[in-house]
Write a protein that binds this ligand. Structure first.
Ligand SMILES: [Zn+2]
Length: 512
């Protein structure tokens, strides 16, 4: 079997598990489906919530950023001011024969492997002609190349006279609410505001499964700072963190070489624009590691000038290596300057500066912004792919214990009334402490372990023939399949500690 075949098989195995066991599947299947929309099933939905919970812990609780939740439907003037009405576009072309639509840069990447993002429309059209690229569906001729605005349109009210769009990013209401938020932050710079919620992009022809969605969950943070002082008070805590960069110069020279630098070196050598950016890249890497993604699967790619969003002066994509999809962007870090605040200030006629006091000196500051912006759906796929493990004829999801959707499973060793009764009372006790556990009594114990492994259940609790005598049960650990015996009364506390990695498995009970 060659490498490519192996990868393909692995992807198919993962997708089989995600659909069959209920992580993710394509939406609207009964009605023929709709590309770019996915459902998160009974295991995917709780796992996604856990990723969001970790993100909140990282950014809201520990980093101290404020949190905002706004509508996803946005009146058009807001997005006119923000530049999205004019610039939130993809370049597309249509087949003249079968009229299939294609996003040009994606089509070219698939057909030739070249990255032509950043070229002008004319250059793209010439490129397609030069390389004699035709419709991948029917080999027909491709038409002219034009820009397509990828915002979903809607209207507000019964007469539908107020134009609106589904938001393409969560950021805009943070800028609009700036005056309220800066007062809540007591006008101290830097301060940041996060928003977690749905974003929308009417992709021209999404064909990369859960990687290219038309409706997705975002988690964004806007960090407001005085452009004269882009320092971060906690930079020293991350300054030694090693990061792997793929700067734009290397990409332009067609060099695949990554430059490894600490956050401090990246700042001092001018690889990144300022201390806040350096801090947030390092902080973000720590977040991905906390999700269980391996260090060597993470890199930072600088966007080329032609590919950056209209509001950004410097953008880094945090990418995770996927066997199926190559390097996948899971977050973007844009230096948005004062672009948004100044646009909304002009457009609404409202002063959006902060008055800061430093001793006797006070000054008005139009804040600049560094923005960490995550998609939550893509990391979920990457985590599943990296967690999928085959060894010794066993396959299991090696998920971080605190990300596993089912946290424990309770089994009676055999179908006997007494064991079943104890098993069910244990389940009730564990569930009441907030642990998401399930009961499984169908099939052999081996099959039940295999089913639990397949979806990454970290701990399986078995009620056996010793249990009625001494009130103990076994706990089996997913990754090692080692077992310990613990007292039923200690079970909820012990499981909690194990799930939070507060104790080692071997220390949690008597080895079996
Ligand atoms: Zn065609």
């Amino acid at each position: 079997m060659d490498g490519e075949q192996l990868t393909k098989d692995k992807y198919e195995k993962i997708m089989d598990i995600t659909k069959r066991r209920g992580f993710i599947w394509p939406s609207f299947e009964l009605y023929g489906g709709a590309a770019g929309f996915y459902d998160f099933g009974p295991l995917g939905a709780p796992m996604k919530k856990k990723i969001i919970q970790k993100w909140r812990q990282h950014y809201v609780v520990e980093e101290g950023l404020l949190e905002l939740e706004s509508p996803t439907i946005t009146p058009e003037p807001v997005l006119k001011a923000s530049g999205h009405v004019d610039h939130f576009t993809d370049v597309m072309t249509e087949c003249k024969k079968c009229s299939a639509s294609f996003e040009v840069t994606e089509l070219v990447k698939e057909e030739t492997g070249d990255d032509i993002e950043g070229l002008s429309k004319n250059e793209m059209e010439n490129y397609l002609k030069e390389k004699k690229i035709t419709c991948p569906e029917c080999d027909g001729k491709l038409g002219e190349v034009y820009e397509f605005n990828t915002m979903f349109r809607t209207a507000i009210g019964p007469k539908e006279d107020r134009k609106a769009c589904l938001r393409p990013e969560t950021a805009q209401t943070i800028f609009i609410d700036f005056n309220r938020l800066q007062r809540i932050a007591r006008r101290k710079l830097p301060f940041g505001v996060t928003q977690i919620g749905r974003g929308y992009r009417n992709e021209i022809s999404p064909r990369r499964g859960v990687i290219r969605l038309r409706e997705f969950t975002m988690a964004e943070a806007e960090i407001f700072f005085d452009p004269d002082d882009p320092s971060h008070p906690k930079f020293s805590q991350v300054s030694d963190e090693k990061l792997r960069f793929w700067p734009s110069e290397n990409q332009e020279e067609k060099s695949r070489e990554l430059t490894e630098k600490t956050a401090r070196e990246a700042l001092d050598e001018g690889i990144v624009c300022n201390e806040l950016m350096a801090y947030h890249l390092a902080y973000a890497k720590k977040f991905l590691i906390s999700l269980g993604l391996p260090e060597d699967s993470i890199r930072f790619r600088e966007q080329l000038p032609g590919e950056r969003a209209h509001y950004s002066q410097e953008t880094w994509d945090m990418e995770v290596k996927s066997e199926k999809f190559g390097w996948v962007e899971v977050a973007g870090f844009a230096y948005r300057t004062d672009y948004d605040l100044s646009q909304h200030s002009k457009s609404s006629g409202t002063d959006l500066t902060v008055f800061t006091q430093n001793g006797d000196d006070g000054k008005k500051v139009l804040c600049h912004v560094v923005e960490p912006s995550y998609g939550i759906d893509r990391p979920l796929y990457c985590i599943l792919e990296h967690a999928y493990t085959e060894d010794d004829g066993r396959n299991y999801l090696k998920l971080k214990k605190d990300l596993a959707p089912i946290e424990a499973q309770v089994f009676p060793l055999v179908a006997e009334e007494e064991l079943e009764k104890i098993g069910k009372s244990i389940l009730k006790k564990i569930n009441s402490t907030g642990i998401f556990a399930e009961y499984d009594d169908s099939g052999s114990i081996g099959r039940r372990y295999a089913r639990a492994d397949e979806v990454g259940v970290p701990f399986c609790i078995t009620v056996d023939h010793r249990t009625p005598d001494d009130s103990t049960v076994t706990i089996r650990e997913r990754d090692t399949t080692d077992q310990i015996r613990v007292k039923i009364e200690d079970l909820p506390k012990t499981l909690c500690k194990l799930l939070n990695s507060e104790i080692e498995f071997e220390q949690a009970g008597e080895k079996v």
